[in-house]
Unconditional design. Structure first.
Length: 415
């Protein structure tokens, strides 16, 4: 989704859930359409680390209805609005604070921060702006967005929800004199977004407070607006999501991590727009098909496999949407005499007895797709029936985190 003034103005004029599963490579994807959505016109904006969502739809009265979604239940967020203006909730944090944008009758956009019944409007404080869009808030209460300055240019801003002193991000705004859009902020205050160059092409960026890296999908069209790469969200692992526009004008979603892109395209969609990614790699956004606009939640799928070829034991992985996540890799063998053995790459076995709490990671590093990696040769191992376990968990801490663990087992018989 282009989180730009053009989008929000267009929403004033024309606004664009029953569960269905779909597939996109590397993800298990669920489509959401609110039952009250007019003409299937719904967007999901943010997902937190509990898998809870916020978004909005257009009802039968052509009214924007913002909502919170958790475990199959939609809850209206209309109580957040202290005024009668239309508004769009764009981001929220674990404390329940919500940020977004007011669309008043005069179409001069204002940001807002809402929490526990309190509602604060953010206008032109320190920005000489006539329009402000707020995009995201992290768990520390740091907020990012962008504004239109007195010269009509789009620039990025940041503030915290205690002082509410809005500060333009001068270093980031130096990226382009034609517009920078801060769209996401993680708990390390790293910021995602995109900017417009002199050829009117858009480029994504990741900004760590001192320097920035630009991001261009290799299949993005390189000439003419609105072509390019748009980054909309970032998590604490610096994984980002967004979309690019190809030479045919089609928008394709992606996740970027560890220097690699993973495509996120909903099957049969005309355009796909990821908006947010949480620390579990879950991605939310929306897509457009022949029927309308739908929300989606994509959960990464990772598979691990153990293979035997004669006496050679090898592993393979297909990490899907977890590509690039810094993880613990585990390989454990259960022996015929009741002891567990923890394997440390490349050639060390540790007898941990019956106490699995003593298990050590085989390796710690970024998840990657492995076609066939030989671990050891079973020649000379005592006879008997063994059970081999190979898994990865997406929290690198040297501990078995079962809520983030993907694993497989294999029965090995030594004659």
């Amino acid at each position: 989704m282009i989180k730009s003034f053009g989008l929000y103005i267009s929403l004033i004029l024309c606004f664009i859930p029953n569960f269905t599963n779909a597939e996109t490579l590397g993800y298990d994807l669920t489509i959401l359409d609110h039952p009250n959505s007019r003409s299937l016109n719904m967007r999901l904006m943010d997902v937190n680390n509990n898998g809870e969502l916020i978004g909005y739809y257009t009802d039968s009265q052509n009214k924007i209805v913002n909502f919170f979604y958790s475990e199959g239940v939609y809850t209206s967020l209309d109580h957040l609005n202290g005024q009668s203006s239309k508004f769009i909730a764009a981001g929220f944090n674990k404390l329940g604070r919500v940020v977004g944008t007011l669309i008043p009758a005069n179409n001069i956009l204002q940001g807002f921060v809402a929490s526990n019944g309190s509602y604060i409007s953010i206008t032109n404080n320190n920005t000489t702006s006539d329009s402000i869009v707020l995009s995201d808030i992290n768990d520390l209460g740091q907020v990012v967005g962008y504004f239109r300055n007195s010269d009509g240019l789009i620039q990025s801003l940041r503030f915290d929800d205690q002082s509410f002193v809005v500060t333009p991000l001068e270093n980031l705004n130096a990226l382009s004199g034609l517009g920078t859009y801060a769209t996401g902020i993680n708990n390390d205050a790293h910021i995602s977004g995109f900017f417009k160059d002199a050829q009117s092409v858009y480029h994504g960026f990741i900004y760590d407070g001192k320097s920035y890296n630009t991001l261009d999908h290799p299949n993005a069209a390189s000439l003419g607006s609105p072509n390019g790469t748009y980054v909309n969200g970032i998590n604490d692992y610096d994984q980002v999501v967004g979309y690019y526009i190809d030479a045919g004008g089609i928008s394709h979603g992606f996740m970027f991590s560890g220097g690699q892109f993973v495509n996120i395209d909903v099957v049969n969609a005309l355009n796909t727009y990821p908006n947010s990614i949480n620390n579990h790699g879950e991605v939310t956004g929306y897509f457009v098909d022949a029927l309308g606009t739908h929300g989606f939640l994509a959960k990464p799928v990772t598979t691990t496999t153990i293979n035997q070829n004669g006496s050679s034991i090898s592993i393979q992985t297909s990490v899907g949407g977890n590509l690039g996540v810094i993880a613990d890799w585990w390989f454990v063998a259960y022996s015929p005499w009741g002891h567990y053995y923890s394997y440390v790459y490349p050639d060390q076995w540790i007898d941990i007895g019956t106490d699995l709490s003593r298990v050590s990671p085989a390796y710690q590093g970024r998840l990657m797709n492995v076609a066939d990696l030989k671990l050891f040769d079973a020649t000379g191992i005592p006879s008997g029936n063994y059970i081999l376990y190979f898994g990865v968990d997406t929290k690198r801490d040297g501990k078995l985190d079962f809520d983030r663990l993907y694993y497989s087992s294999f029965s090995l018989t030594i004659p």
